[in-house]
Ligand binder design. Structure first.
Ligand SMILES: NC(=O)c1ccc[n+]([C@@H]2O[C@H](COP(=O)([O-])OP(=O)(O)OC[C@H]3O[C@@H](n4cnc5c(N)ncnc54)[C@H](OP(=O)(O)O)[C@@H]3O)[C@@H](O)[C@H]2O)c1
Length: 359
């Protein structure tokens, strides 16, 4: 098999692995071919348990396979440190692999260096095999370890006349079509935490689950939720018992996200170091902001974002409900600031999605 076809098998295994058990680790798959042509595939399946390479090697040894001279493809550079498990790089050397194909490079300063170690031990290392697919697999995780804080994605949906909310009595309470809302679930699934505001909870009674909107089936991977409210506890107490106490204003409100045991209620000064701390202490690597214009504006003003995803619907909603941002923007905001359009996709006859990144 070619390095690419082995990597395709590794990628497939990683995509099918149970992310809900793996977080905050990345998805990783591995595939090998022995010198006499036998092929095997494995993935990392649980946080704290064997890495993909370790699982694959141990499966093969149990079957009595000889791995001397085997070639292996791994979607992420083999780790080079003693963490919850011993280094994969040393294992590959010990078992006598002849070639190692790597998809994405490990940006994590604690575990990186596997490729260099393998190379120094005389193993042929080929890097960047199907790199783009391997990076996409764990985009936010890779980004966070490089930048030492979680990737922050802001989602916003507007009508052509800039409305963020439909009138209560309108036929459809949503801004976008079901196709667009289903598409947005893809980004929600990548987030460990969805952040929203109190007003959005009161107005929309959202669930913020990853689900199939036609069948109602709920996905296995679900984000937790932070509800921002000045009635909440100081954000420095995130993950402490205090942060789970429901403020009085929500006591008699029927709303799915308020019944979720992982929902926390926070007040916050919008300082970035909250996210740096969450990365360092809890390995938080991916966040999604799904709030109304008031909070979204605050995230933009405080430069607390890495991608903005705009859903634009072809309707003119009219009415008096919330519209785009208020003037003036806060003092951190630079007038004239422009983002770069990284992609535009038409989702239906009435919706497009525009992805914007920082220059
Ligand atoms: N189209 C879209 O993409 C989209 C997405 C979500 C929501 N929406 C719509 O947006 C509307 C609500 O928008 P909005 O702009 O009024 O509300 P919002 O952005 O959801 O949140 C505003 C809330 O943020 C809280 N807040 C403000 N500063 C805070 C701080 N320093 N710390 C903690 N919390 C703070 C306040 O809660 P307290 O008042 O409790 O202090 C305030 O009510 C809804 O009608 C909803 O339908 C649209």
């Amino acid at each position: 098999m070619t390095p690419e076809s082995l990597m395709e098998l590794a990628l497939k295994a990683a995509i099918n692995s149970p992310l809900q058990n793996i977080r905050p680790n990345p998805r990783v798959g591995a595939a090998l071919q022995t010198a006499d042509g036998q092929v095997a595939v494995a993935a990392h399946e649980k946080y704290g348990s064997a890495h993909a390479e370790q699982k694959l090697v141990s499966d093969c040894l149990q079957k009595g396979w000889n791995l001397k001279g085997a070639r292996i493809a791994v979607t992420l550079e083999p780790c080079n440190h003693f963490g919850k498990t011993p280094p994969c790089s040393k294992l590959l050397v010990k078992e006598g692999f002849s070639e190692v194909y790597i998809g994405a490079q490990d940006p994590n300063s604690k575990s990186q260096g596997g490729a260099e170690y393998l190379s120094n031990c005389g193993i042929k290392v080929v890097s960047q095999v199907l790199r783009d697919q391997c990076v996409d697999l764990n985009y936010e995780w890779l980004w966070a370890h490089k930048n030492k804080r979680p990737f922050i994605r802001i989602k916003m949906a507007t009508s052509l006349d800039g409305r963020w909310t439909a009138e209560k009595n309108s036929e459809n309470r949503f801004i976008t079509s079901q196709v667009a809302r289903q598409y947005a679930m893809g980004d929600r699934e990548k987030a460990q935490i969805v952040i929203t505001g109190a007003q959005t909870i009161l107005d929309d009674k959202p669930a913020y689950t990853v689900r199939n909107l036609s069948s109602g089936e709920v996905g296995k991977v679900q984000p937790a939720c932070w509800v921002l409210t000045r009635q909440g506890i100081d954000a420095e107490f995130v993950n402490s018992e205090k942060a789970f106490v429901k403020p009085a204003k929500f006591q008699n409100i029927e709303c799915p996200v308020l019944n979720n045991s992982t929902t926390q209620y926070l007040k916050w000064d919008f300082k970035k170091d909250l996210f740096e701390k969450m990365y360092q202490q809890h390995e938080l690597y991916s966040v999604m902001v799904e709030s109304g214009p008031e909070l979204t504006q605050k995230f933009l003003e405080h430069d607390l974002f890495d991608e903005v995803v705009v859903y634009l619907n072809s309707s003119f909603l009219g009415g008096t409900k919330s519209r785009h941002f208020k003037d003036p923007f806060g003092e951190g905001f630079v007038p004239g600031k422009k983002l770069i359009i990284s992609s535009i996709k038409q989702l239906s006859s009435e919706d497009i999605v525009i992805r914007l990144a920082k220059p």
